[in-house]
Design a binder for this molecule. Structure first.
Ligand SMILES: [Zn+2]
Length: 72
């Protein structure tokens, strides 16, 4: 009976360790998503400047249309 108790304790410890690991990888995923969000660029919907992109939303200096978000 003693061995069973030890096994259960070990199992619980192992499970809590796995849950901790899962939480850790979740945080890593969120950080990766934030990095992707920062790489968003804006571009004229008419592509006046042949692929030129802007890091912030605004207006195209050529046709004065609102810049469109480009998702790479
Ligand atoms: Zn334009």
């Amino acid at each position: 009976m003693k061995k069973v108790k030890i096994l259960m304790a070990t199992g619980a410890f192992f499970l809590s360790g796995m849950m901790f690991t899962a939480c850790g990888s979740e945080t890593a995923t969120t950080e990766a998503e934030e990095q992707t969000a920062n790489s968003e660029v804006y571009q004229c919907p008419m592509d006046c400047e042949e692929g030129k992109t802007y890091e912030e939303p605004g207006q195209c200096p050529v046709c004065e249309m609102d810049l469109k978000k480009v998702e790479s």
